[in-house]
Design a protein around this ligand. Structure first.
Ligand code: NAD
Ligand code: MG
Length: 381
């Protein structure tokens, strides 16, 4: 495969693993973008020699420009710079930015007609129908990087149209599985940052602990696979070996299994519909021994329930739930609110949002802003 890649969010957990996959496969990288990590992106520029690089932070971009003045890479800055990288020379854009900050770059890449791989689930949670509409109009298939959605996508290869009955979306349950609300009252940031199976960025790790991540993933799946939330069953599967499955109309259940390693779904999104002859750690089911499945506790972990309600109400409600969560997670990481307050604030902010079904991208940013403001004015700090 001769494909050139543009990696957005290149300094993060998914971004760096994407560059590992690119290195393993010998692919060219023509564009890089990230928030503010100058040291790491400088190294990445020196190794991959992209045509363009952007940092969202203006100050960090100025620093980078001075540091790489000896290279041929052009340095851009701000959201416009990140979007310009998304539209620049290169075949496939992988969006691994965290949060709603990834939405405008997604739109830019799709408008430019790029092949498009998506890790940034907040893109679909906040701008889902707009983004899916744009992809359809441009004839672009959005290639999922999120492990569960990749598993669903892989399981559907070869399934006839209209044969999908139901999605089985697996969840590790996070570090606090089986804890009561009372026990969750006193958990710390350090405990919440310790995920049992995956090593990921801080925001998604907290989202995994609250089950907000699974809620965001239900919404992501509704948009990617054109199903209703009612057609998605969330299953707690502690081992993270079955990455998700589909039930077809004839009752057959097809799933994708593997060790928990994001390089596998990343690589599949980048080689689809081909398979790379590059494997990472291989799965030994005999060593794993037992796979378990259980229903999630959506009373204690209310974020999952709030997200399902949000997508059922539709319109701007998921954007509000997401914006409230981004702000609440920030406050939790800054030790300004407790773990349980995250769910309470997300629930209240989502309830405060009108659905409004015909919305524009500016309405999405307004709902996001209002939800963040709601959280700031209600957290009691
Ligand atoms: P991370 O925090 O490790 O990395 C985020 C990246 O986004 C960094 O490069 C950061 O510099 C960049 N960024 C942040 N704000 C930006 C802005 N305004 N403009 C440009 N770049 C910006 O996060 P992550 O864990 O790699 O997750 C990235 C996305 O992938 C998230 O949406 C997450 O939900 C999703 N995801 C991650 C994993 C995982 O294993 N880490 C798995 C599935 C899905
Ligand atoms: Mg996932």
């Amino acid at each position: 495969m001769e494909k050139s890649l543009i990696i957005l969010g290149s300094t993060g957990s998914i971004g760096t693993q994407s560059l590992t996959v690119a290195r393993q496969n010998g692919w060219r990288v023509t564009g890089l973008a990230a928030g503010s990590n100058v040291d790491l992106i400088e190294q990445q520029v020196r190794e991959f020699k992209p045509l363009k690089v952007a940092l969202f932070s203006e100050e960090a971009a100025r620093d980078l420009k001075a540091r790489i003045a000896d290279t041929d890479t052009a340095v851009l800055s701000g959201i416009s710079g990140v979007c310009e990288v998304a539209e620049s020379e290169g075949d496939l854009v992988l969006n691994a930015i965290v949060g709603i900050a990834g939405l405008r770059p997604t739109v830019a890449a799709l408008k430019a007609g790029k092949q498009f791989a998506l890790a940034n689930k907040e893109t679909l949670v906040t701008g889902g129908s707009l983004v899916m509409g744009l992809a359809r109009e441009k004839g672009i298939k959005i290639l999922p990087v999120d492990s569960e959605h990749s598993a669903i996508f892989q399981s559907l290869q070869g399934a006839p149209e209209n044969s999908l009955k139901k999605i089985l979306l697996t969840a590790s349950g996070g570090p606090f599985y089986s804890k009561t609300r009372e026990e969750l009252g006193s958990v710390t940031v350090e405990q919440a940052l310790k995920h049992p199976n995956w090593s990921m960025g801080a925001k998604i790790t907290i989202d995994s602990a609250t089950l907000m991540n699974k809620g965001l993933e239900v919404i992501e799946a509704v948009h990617l696979f054109g199903v209703k939330a009612d057609d998605i069953e969330v299953l707690v599967h502690r081992q993270s070996i079955l990455h998700s499955a589909v039930e077809l109309v004839d009752g057959a259940v097809i799933g994708q299994l593997g060790t928990p390693d994001m390089k596998v779904p990343i690589q599949y999104a980048l080689t689809y519909p081909e398979r790379a002859n590059v494997a990472y750690e291989r799965l030994s089911l005999a060593d794993i021994g037992t796979l378990t499945f259980a229903k999630p506790d959506t009373e204690t972990f209310k974020c999952l329930r709030v997200c399902i309600d949000a997508i059922n109400r539709g319109g701007l409600v998921p954007a509000a739930a997401n914006g409230a969560n981004e702000e609440a997670v920030r406050l939790f990481l800054d030790r300004k609110i407790s773990f349980l307050q995250i769910g309470d604030l997300v629930e209240a902010a989502a309830a405060n949002q009108k659905a409004a079904h015909n919305y524009t991208i500016e309405d999405v940013f307004e709902a996001d802003r209002a939800a963040r403001e709601f959280v700031i004015s209600h957290f009691g700090g």
